[in-house]
Ligand binder design. Structure first.
Ligand code: HSE
Length: 338
């Protein structure tokens, strides 16, 4: 199976590592023999139709923050991803460039180009989906390709698949969730260890949880993206991020966190779709299932007739999110077989 990695940041690198370390299990259990035929980052593209040396690519990126260590026969500086998507044959394109939330670019162009070229797409980038999900779903159907995006919500936690596949027959009345690992990490640090927001955010960035532009985390936009994607996927809405009323945690103070705590609550950044769509800080009782700590995410689906169902799991992190990309790849492989 020929795979192209567009964006070679934390998630793509973790995914490449998993493909390498689990190669025998993937072949034995799923018949997947992955070959990474191209990896592209903002500086250039490494292309080898017979399969890149993934270990060398990872080492090069670690040591020089670039793919140039793969050598001049393989690496071309400045080669744009859209060109690589058009020129290099592959079955699956993984779009994992940073989420950009005003125009969704360059991810949106990458996804559209890949679909038009008849490639299956695994998208980890939230921008294209938050801005143009209904159109992209239609384009995928029109081009008869599989469009998967499990890693956009919940990191490695199967929020989308659980709701879509395991709640068939139930109607979902509302979705309420803690959807941003970075904000939850910050708020947990503020409440439990009195760490200032700025310091906690710097830690979250260092640990690879935050977005390339961390304003997207703390201003609530990342949560809004995930709310839109979840609602559109499981409730059949046609929302875009522009439909969400968004307030992040930038105005949360140590005093407001302490005050919530003294009332037996935890201050959380909560996303809600039900009667409207909004993201805002809210006090959650300490005993409520949505009161998760650190980078955990939690999503409650209010369903009829099953009632409230809450799913909890790690919502950020390279390896966690890469596990979602792998799940998507396995799904695509199974569909090949069918
Ligand atoms: N920055 C995101 C978060 C990464 O903190 O939740 C996962 O989407």
């Amino acid at each position: 199976m020929r795979i192209m990695l567009v964006g070679f940041g934390v998630v793509s690198q973790s995914f490449a590592e998993i493909l390498h370390s689990q190669s025998s299990e993937l072949a034995r259990d799923y018949g997947i023999r992955p070959r990474v035929v191209a990896a592209v980052d903002s500086a250039g593209a490494a292309i080898d139709p017979s399969g890149l040396d993934v270990q060398l690519a990872l080492r090069s990126k670690r040591e020089s923050k670039s793919l140039s260590g793969l050598g001049e026969n393989v690496y071309t500086e400045g080669k744009p991803a859209s060109e690589v998507i058009r020129e290099v044959d592959c079955e699956v394109v993984v779009e994992a460039t940073p989420s950009e939330l005003t125009r969704g670019e360059p991810g949106l162009t990458h996804v559209r180009t890949a679909m038009k070229e008849g490639r299956h797409v695994i998208c980890v980038n939230k921008g294209p989906l938050a801005l143009a999900m209904p159109a992209l779903m239609e384009l995928a159907t029109h081009n008869e390709i599989m469009f998967k995006f499990s890693g956009t919500v919940g990191g490695g936690t199967p929020v989308l698949d659980l709701a879509k596949k395991c709640l068939e027959g139930c109607s979902i009345r509302s979705i309420k969730g803690i959807l941003n690992g970075t904000c939850n990490y910050i708020l947990t640090k503020m409440a439990a260890e009195s760490v200032e927001m700025k310091e906690a955010l710097a830690e979250a960035q260092k640990l690879g949880y935050a977005e390339a532009d961390p304003a997207n985390d703390i201003e609530g936009f990342d949560s809004a993206c995930k709310l839109v994607i979840t609602s559109n996927y499981v409730m059949g809405t046609s929302l875009s991020i522009r439909d969400v009323d968004i307030r992040g945690i930038t105005e949360v103070t140590m005093d407001s966190v302490a005050s919530a705590k003294s009332q037996g609550n935890a201050l959380k950044l909560v996303g809600l779709v039900g009667d409207g769509a909004k993201v805002a800080p809210e006090e959650v009782p300490l005993t409520h299932p949505l009161n998760v700590s650190g980078t955990f995410n939690a999503v409650t689906f209010d369903t009829d007739p099953a009632g409230e169902i809450t799913l909890v799991g790690k919502g950020a992190g390279g390896r966690e999110t890469a596990s979602s990309v792998l799940r998507d790849l396995i799904e695509i492989r199974k569909d090949f077989r069918r």
